[in-house]
Write a protein that binds this ligand. Sequence first.
Ligand SMILES: Cc1cc2nc3c(=O)[nH]c(=O)nc-3n(C[C@H](O)[C@H](O)[C@H](O)COP(=O)(O)OP(=O)(O)OC[C@H]3O[C@@H](n4cnc5c(N)ncnc54)[C@H](O)[C@@H]3O)c2cc1C
Length: 446
Amino acid sequence: MVCEPAPFAARDDFLSWGRVVRRAQQVARPRFRGELPSLLALAPAQGVLAAGLRRSYGDSCLNTDGAAIDMRGLDRFIAFDADTGVLRAEAGVSLSQILALAVPQGWFLHTTPGTRFVTLGGALANDVHGKNHHRAGSFGCNVRSFGLLRSDGFRGEVSPSSDLGLFNATIGGLGLTGVIEWVELQLEKRPSSYLDSETIAYGCLSDFFALAKESAERYEHTVAWIDASSKGAKFGRGLFSRANWRDDDERDAHRDGGGKSIPADAPTLLLNPLSIGLFNEAYFRSGQRKAGVMRQHYAPFFYPLDAIRQWNRLYGRPGMYQYQCVVPPESAPQAIEALLAEIARSGQASFLAVLKTFGDRSSPGILSFPRPGATLALDFPNRGAKTLKLMARLDQIVIEAKGALYPAKDGRISPRLFRASFPKWETFLRHKDEAMNSDFWRRVAQ
Ligand SMILES: Cc1cc2nc3c(=O)[nH]c(=O)nc-3n(C[C@H](O)[C@H](O)[C@H](O)COP(=O)(O)OP(=O)(O)OC[C@H]3O[C@@H](n4cnc5c(N)ncnc54)[C@H](O)[C@@H]3O)c2cc1C
């Protein structure tokens, strides 16, 4: 069925999660899949981009020179088999909606990022990863097929057997191979919605790597908070968290709504080296006190930040950057130490800093970010040139370590670093849809 499309209209509130780019763009919000072909046909010369819940931090979900299709209105379930755990849903369905449906029936997502407010289309297009990457790999490892619409007139199901090249290019393909209309996913059998999670305070980076190695075999989920502002004897300290699912048949799904919210942009002075240092000290000490094993529902375990809506406003009107890199196992200890030393020296660290080791399960995605090694992710309040210079110094360390940066978090990397991060980018070009474009792509594909 082809319907009349909702027209594109200028919006100045269509921002990514980091809120650094504040340019108006043309946006259409269809309600039915039948509207998509006409919208694609209306794409301006500068291209069009499908967008989800815009939880990407930088500019990969923006297309300010062209137009965007806001996919959130396409949020219907198409089929769910509670015996096999195979789910098919429109691309605008969020992971939160999926869990609300699946958890009471004993199913969970194989892979979930640190927020449940991402769409199926966005999770697939960034091939997101979670705390269990060392066991489960990335999101794309459990995608069975998807519906794709391309500007050359193709509209149909894509699976590894129908078109392996297009399948692999779309997983982690940053929305540039066409509009994903729906996704079919294999869920994982989970008789409980609770985990046994353990927090361990560690004193230095070598302790982190030892804990990560020791825990990878025995724990399904591992991640660490790291105090990125600490120096001297406290340098590299943090809180290591590891968990396994319980088996107790309690299937309580989370509830959205309610909770706290940051009502407006916070004053930028709130986040300064002194306040961050004090916060990190208090957080580390409270983690030390609470260290041990506890029974925890999946919502606070996987999604602690979802408890405060619009927490990104804490960074004030200038917004923030997130920096996420991965460095290979052989250079990881030295590279992570060098990155943290540079960050601590700069005095620009924030409290959100996460360190994790990835496993070696490879993703089908040609441009997928996860790969074996250690990944460091942290927020930087946007302080203009000062922050950009810091990140350029970090880039240098990542390049020397033969690492990569994560496009979902990025809003400024150079074409050189993009190509170094994704050596198969030329293979990807064969599958790119020429009508699709983004601010990120315009920058890195120069
Ligand atoms: C608090 C927080 C924690 C996070 N934790 C993690 C984490 O642990 N691991 C991780 O990997 N990521 C993490 N992220 C990043 C987030 O998971 C990804 O950016 C995710 O892709 C966002 O999905 P979205 O629906 O918001 O998509 P958007 O951000 O809107 O778009 C992301 C990409 O998907 C494309 N896209 C969206 N829908 C479609 C469609 N229907 N068809 C074609 N292309 C489409 C867009 O063009 C864009 O390239 C986190 C983000 C936040 C805010």
